[in-house]
Design a binder for this molecule. Structure first.
Ligand SMILES: [Zn+2]
Length: 188
């Protein structure tokens, strides 16, 4: 998969879009922007920090996460690329011979970042095509205040004591990569 190809909707492309988005949206005031808080990075963000700082923290944290995972899987990976969006190609290149469990984690990480970068740039529609991991219906929604994905299927909530089920982006990423693997296995 080449991330230089703009027709591919990838984490790298969403990161480039996020970069562009935050350059085009200078901070106007403390409440000028709502910024999506992800549970994974929640401790590094605090209310009142300017939007640009938080987006830039989000990007730094994402790159650090990919680099850490890649080095853990392959200590000989060498220096990480200087361009943030190049980190996904770099990670794939240096873990292509890693055990399947590592490659699964890498793909899951990249897909979660794809979702996170899109949501951070205001595109929450990326969660909609996913199926709820519990009731298997499509039509999930991103809930900004809670930083989570919610299933509004009535039967799903009924089966859960009347409470709408929520899912992390990591869970959606896990389901997505697992499905990809099953499809690949069927195709071969
Ligand atoms: Zn559901």
């Amino acid at each position: 998969m080449g991330d230089g190809d703009e027709s591919q909707d990838t984490a790298a492309r969403r990161l480039r879009q996020l970069n562009a988005y935050f350059r085009e949206h200078p901070v106007r005031g403390p409440e000028g922007h709502s910024y999506t808080r992800f549970s994974a990075h929640a401790s590094t963000t605090a209310p009142g920090i300017p939007f640009n700082t938080r987006v830039s923290e989000h990007i730094d944290a994402s790159v650090t996460e990919v680099v850490a995972h890649t080095r853990a899987a392959n200590p000989d990976a060498g220096p990480a690329p200087t361009r943030a969006d190049a980190v996904y190609d770099w990670a794939r290149e240096h873990t292509r011979n890693a055990p399947e469990a590592e490659q699964f984690r890498r793909d899951m990480l990249e897909y979660r970042h794809y979702l996170e970068h899109a949501i951070a740039a205001g595109d929450t529609s990326v969660v909609r095509p996913h199926r709820c991991p519990d009731c298997r219906t499509v039509g999930l929604f991103w809930q900004e205040e809670r930083g989570t994905v919610i299933c509004f299927n009535r039967r799903c909530a009924q089966a859960n004591g009347g409470i709408h089920r929520t899912h992390s982006l990591a869970r959606l990423a896990f389901e997505h990569v697992a499905l990809q693997r099953r499809l690949q296995a069927c195709a071969t």
